[in-house]
Design a protein around this ligand. Structure first.
Ligand SMILES: [Zn+2]
Ligand SMILES: [Zn+2]
Length: 211
């Protein structure tokens, strides 16, 4: 596609924007917003995004120096340079090797961004915001959580009764177990199963005249 609009980083003067321009990090802004605002497994924190940007910076610099990093090599070099767990001997050796290969390490490291910078870029330059879950999503999640809890209670109850029956401690024929939790308002004394309450979303106290 050649009719793309000018990329965001050409318009923003913050460090992330400048770094993205200098290292030609294509589609960086889209990538950042997608992962930051995701509610799925690909959700990344600003800390993780900073690492992601810095690894791309490093990768781009290695390629500019004529190196062809293999799969996973950029991540590994980044770790060797930045991880506190790496011994200083290993760190110095890594730096020496890179500098011998003509990689401008000092420049690269001063272009590395912090998670705070990423946060500011996302919220101020790109005006991205994290969506909090809607009422419906919260109700749905709560229902799933409580449903799972009830199923677990029912399963444990069934096992326990069956074991007592097998051991001849209690006598019962074929049986079923039902778990239901009720919530009672202490003002109107109306009693609801959890499901009813989540469906209706108000007790009798708030029901009259509402709408
Ligand atoms: Zn920016
Ligand atoms: Zn009430």
């Amino acid at each position: 596609m050649n009719n793309q609009p000018p990329t965001e980083h050409e318009q923003c003067g913050c460090k992330v924007g400048k770094t993205a321009a200098r290292y030609e990090l294509a589609d960086l802004d889209t990538d950042l917003v997608t992962h930051w605002t995701s509610t799925g497994d690909d959700k990344l924190s600003t800390r993780q995004l900073a690492t992601r940007i810095n690894q791309r910076v490093l990768g781009s610099a290695l390629e500019s120096a004529g190196l062809r990093p293999k799969e996973g090599e950029v991540e590994n070099i980044y770790r060797l340079l930045t991880d506190d767990e790496v011994s200083s001997g290993t760190q110095i050796q890594t730096r020496n090797e890179l500098e011998r290969d003509g990689v401008p390490l000092d420049q690269i490291e001063s272009d590395f961004v912090s998670h705070q910078t990423v946060y500011n870029h996302l919220t101020k330059c790109l005006e991205a915001e994290l969506k909090s879950p809607s009422d419906e999503e919260q109700l749905e999640r709560s229902q799933e959580k409580l449903g799972a809890l009830q199923n677990r209670t029912a399963a444990v109850t069934e096992d326990t009764v069956a074991r007592l029956e097998r051991n001849g401690i209690i006598d019962i024929n074929e049986f079923t177990v039902a778990v239901s939790t009720t919530v009672t308002c202490e003002t109107c004394f109306e009693e609801y199963t959890v499901r009813e309450l989540l469906d209706e979303r108000t007790c009798d106290c708030f029901d009259s005249g509402a709408e």
